[in-house]
Write a protein that binds this ligand. Sequence first.
Ligand SMILES: Nc1nc2c(ncn2[C@@H]2O[C@H](COP(=O)(O)OP(=O)(O)OP(=O)(O)O)[C@@H](O)[C@H]2O)c(=O)[nH]1
Ligand SMILES: [Mg+2]
Length: 541
Amino acid sequence: MSSPTSSAPASSSGRLADEAARRRTFAVISHPDAGKSTLTEALALHAKMISEAGAIHGKAGRRSTVSDWMEMEKARGISVSSTALQFEYGDCVINLVDTPGHSDFSEDTYRVLTAVDAAVMLIDAAKGLEPQTLKLFQVARDRGIPVITVINKWDRPGQAPLELLDEIVDRIGLTPTPLFLPVGIAGDFRGLLRRGEDGAATEYIHFTRTAGGATIAPEEHYTPEQALEREGDVWVTAAEESELLSAAGQDHDQELFLAGHTSPVIYASAMLNFGVRQLLDTLVELAPPPRGRKDVNGNPRETTQPFSAVIFKVQAGMDTAHRDRLAFMRIVSGEFERGMVVTHAQTGRPFATKYALTVFGRERTTVDTAYPGDVVGLVNATALAPGHTLYVDKKVEFPPIPSFAPEHFAVLRAQSAGKYKQFRKAMDQLDSEGVVQVLRNDIRGDASPVLAAVGPMQFEVVTARMLGEFNVETQLDNLPYQLARKTDAASAEELNRQRGVEVFTRTDGVLLALFSDKWRLQYITKEMPKLTLELLVAGTE
Ligand SMILES: Nc1nc2c(ncn2[C@@H]2O[C@H](COP(=O)(O)OP(=O)(O)OP(=O)(O)O)[C@@H](O)[C@H]2O)c(=O)[nH]1
Ligand SMILES: [Mg+2]
């Protein structure tokens, strides 16, 4: 990777700071189906990473996107796992993570949000705010991640532009500050009005559709006077809306945006590639570059300190031909060079980074050097799990990623006893990726572990991958438990004697007591107040 500063004889920490400053690392988040994967592909198209959007066709004639590589994703048209991609745009290096929208996979999305500096939130223009939208805005706020809002699918009939914004104010308490307003109502998307100081229109960007939205939509730029002449009332409406917003104080303010009080808004059609370049330019201009982060002891790790990184995702089976396991790290500080030996904080063991990649769909590119903000995949990193830290020099460890409270539980068995060895191996693999949590106890034994999930679709991913990657047919039986609490060895015996309760050990050693329902839990908490029963962090409860 060449850098614009590499020819200048700058000090190495100066160069490091420059490299960090030109990075933008963000997640694309939303309620299912708002168009994240389509937008991700549109961004890749604008960065010239791909020549045509929707190049791969899914089943039933539905187009599937490059980031949705898994068979299950292609067949259903949903994302079940997050995917990272990196590209250069102008002077910037963009690291983008497309996340799954379905709440069953929210733990994956949450892990991604621990690794990025900003988020792009999509809202479907017709549907407005949906349950996951609200939850994700909350998570972003809790984590202090600034959010850029994209109101997508403006090519289809939907709500009025300002109505959608009012909904954001009322239900999220965040002030939306549009940078662009749509010219033309939802369903008649002609272009964008660029808002300047005090809401005055500075320019009209008119888009032209391309066949199926497969290529970049040509843009024409007009002055406000020319826009008025071309579009008449439609332009006047947009210009008036812009002034109304200013009167209500809804103009962009960089400080308030970075503090999470306001969110810049762009209206777009990911499918037609309208507004996509404007989003990219906004990310470059407004999204924050990587910052340092606090370690477990609360000490800051600055981006210019020696190399350190957090693992936020582990994924195997991305490539059935290779069958390898990739751990994705986000670099926090320092320069990464492929081949350098780093320390794995959780085990204290050295880890040789011989194989480092960026991944895009099924394509992989070797990474030789990387900088703060970059997302890099490490191949065959068997010991690495989400939340782990890598570093060089003096030890640093970043806070672990809290695991969600599972609410669905099921026993998994191999259909044929002869496949047990494979089954064991596959289970370990999926467990370490964090696809589900795996629970065991002496009574049930090892042949039939209990899977714990935030949502039942995680089980489907497990059975599909058991079959697809490991050739093991499995049987899944749901268990009548609805919630879990953390407990300890001293309480376990008493808990196991109770009806509707069973204690398990999770792979990370945590003891979990499962309860048939919340009334059972309430009763036991009341009757036996000495028992240890702690709430698991985060999640959907
Ligand atoms: N009309 C229209 N359709 C769109 C637009 N963007 C996406 N779609 C369609 O909306 C559907 C969902 O798009 P995806 O990109 O898969 O949505 P997603 O947010 O990635 O969905 P999950 O990953 O499952 O949460 C697909 O049929 C897309 O073709 C758009 O701007 N306009
Ligand atoms: Mg998707």
